[in-house]
Design a protein around this ligand. Structure first.
Ligand code: SAM
Length: 451
């Protein structure tokens, strides 16, 4: 292999994307990863780091730019770590997401399956219904924004193109108030100071908005701030203070106090109502969640009497969307507040055929199998690390006719699909659904059927 070294220049054509959305150029077989370049572009690249098996480069000159290249619409794009692929037009972003899924399913797992085109948004901006905004004190004032790539330094932001407009308005308003009230801000290095994060979450039509202050301690300094928020934003129906005194990257602590209104907001998905509390997971893109769930329900093709297990169920959204077409729904979720929400959501939607179990999927599933529960269909929607091996073993033992797997990480998806394929399941073509436009995150849904 050619010895590539730091500070060398090469002229090359970009042949592929990495999972992170960087372009790949090759010097002989040695890959160099370059951010913000598109497949097909001829570039001059400077090597900035050369490891033994791969390197990193920076583009110095575009010799032949791609027709799919656009100027990033966000002025913070090159500083902020929130978005990674804004230089790709939307058609190219969707092609990148389909390609990433294809590489996982076919190149890594060797499953030899078609990948459907990625389902995109009509307008791929202003979609995030949840903003987790870190707060820092810098140069004499409070900064709020998002982290720089691979760092806990903040880019102070006035307007984010992927969070909903109401979140931008509230973010700027709250920052002004924090400065005016001289609120003590958390210093990560010293593990001192009060306010760590501001979390804003809204329902689809912005008729209910929740503001959560995450603090390093129980002191409530928000009375005047809350009055100002409610006076200007009547759609804020819930303000809570979550206490997280731990030295950790995990945002929420265990305790949440209500400062104003309810401790939840409600939203509607596919005609069902859902109550959501601060610590409960809820999909961040409403339009795409409805498309994703429709695909999942279509793939399940329910007849009306099936026993369904909805694992990693959050507040019960997938299972409860299926209740009108199923005999029984059994949900499993590890976060206590989400299970409480799920039970309340079953009641809100008159779903008497739904029950929810608090616990780890891998443990509850084994217990249910032991008790003789025999599901016809299992919905699986794990976090990025994918399914626990013991959960998959229990699934293979109970052998449901169908498994519908919703995934936010193609690399763990391919691992789990490969295992279930070996256990006797046929894998259908995967459909990527673009839940996170402008970012390198890839979500998908796939059906597994007993051979
Ligand atoms: C990607 S979310 C999906 C939630 C839900 N299906 C939805 O569409 O909103 C994954 C969920 O799995 C839960 N979770 C994480 N690890 C778990 C485990 N070992 N057992 C059960 N639930 C788990 C998380 O709390 C989260 O609610």
């Amino acid at each position: 292999m050619t010895a590539v070294t730091k500070n060398e220049y090469y002229t090359k054509t970009v042949t592929d994307y990495t999972h992170e959305g960087m372009g790949v150029v090759k010097v002989d077989h040695y890959p160099i990863f370059v951010p913000d370049v598109l497949v097909g572009e001829e570039i001059e690249v400077k090597v900035i780091k050369a490891n033994r098996k791969f390197g990193f480069g920076r583009v110095k000159r575009f010799i032949k730019p791609s027709a799919n290249r656009i100027d990033p619409p966000c002025p913070y794009y090159y500083q902020c770590g929130g978005c990674q692929i804004q230089t790709l037009n939307y058609a190219e972003q969707l092609a990148f997401k389909k390609g990433t899924m294809d590489k996982s399913i076919n190149r890594m797992a060797g499953l030899g399956k078609d990948i459907n085109p990625a389902v995109g948004m009509d307008e791929p901006m202003y979609y995030r219904n949840k903003s987790q905004i870190p707060v820092k004190f810098n140069n004499g004032s409070v900064e709020m924004g998002f982290y720089k790539p691979r760092s806990h330094d903040i880019v102070d932001i006035e307007h984010c193109l992927i969070q909903k407009e109401i979140h931008n308005d509230l973010m700027v308003f709250i920052k002004e108030l924090l400065n005016k009230e001289k609120v003590s801000v958390y210093d990560e290095a010293m593990h001192q100071g009060l306010l760590r994060h501001v979390i804003i979450r809204s329902n689809n039509d912005d008729s209910e908005v929740q503001v959560a202050f995450v603090t390093n301690g129980r002191k409530n300094v928000f009375t005047d701030i809350n009055k100002a928020i409610i006076g200007t934003f009547p759609m804020v129906t819930s303000i809570v203070q979550n206490i997280n005194p731990e030295k950790t990257n995990v945002i929420f602590g265990d305790r949440t106090d209500v400062l104003y209104g309810e401790d939840y907001i409600t939203d509607t998905l596919l005609g069902k109502k859902f109550r959501i509390r601060a610590r409960s997971f809820y999909q961040v893109n409403h339009e795409q969640t409805e498309k994703l769930y429709r695909k999942a329900l279509e793939a399940a093709d329910l007849k009306g009497d099936e026993i369904i297990i909805d694992t990693y169920c959050g507040i019960g959204t997938i299972g409860l969307s299926a209740t009108d077409h199923a005999g029984k729904i059994i949900g499993i979720e590890v976060v206590d507040s989400a299970v409480e929400d799920a039970r309340e959501n079953a009641r809100l939607n008159g779903a008497e055929n739904a029950e929810f179990h608090l616990g780890k999927s891998e443990e509850v599933m084994k217990k249910l199998v032991k008790e003789g529960v025999k599901p016809d269909v299992v919905f699986v929607d794990p976090p990025r690390k994918g399914c626990h091996p013991e959960f998959l073993e229990a699934l293979a033992e109970v052998r449901p006719e169908k498994i519908i797997y919703v995934s936010c990480n193609p690399s763990t998806l391919q691992r789990d699909l490969k295992y279930m394929n070996e256990q006797g399941y046929d894998i259908s073509p995967v459909t990527p659904v673009d839940m996170f436009p402008q970012t390198n995150h890839v979500e998908g849904v796939v059906a597994l059927e007993l051979k």
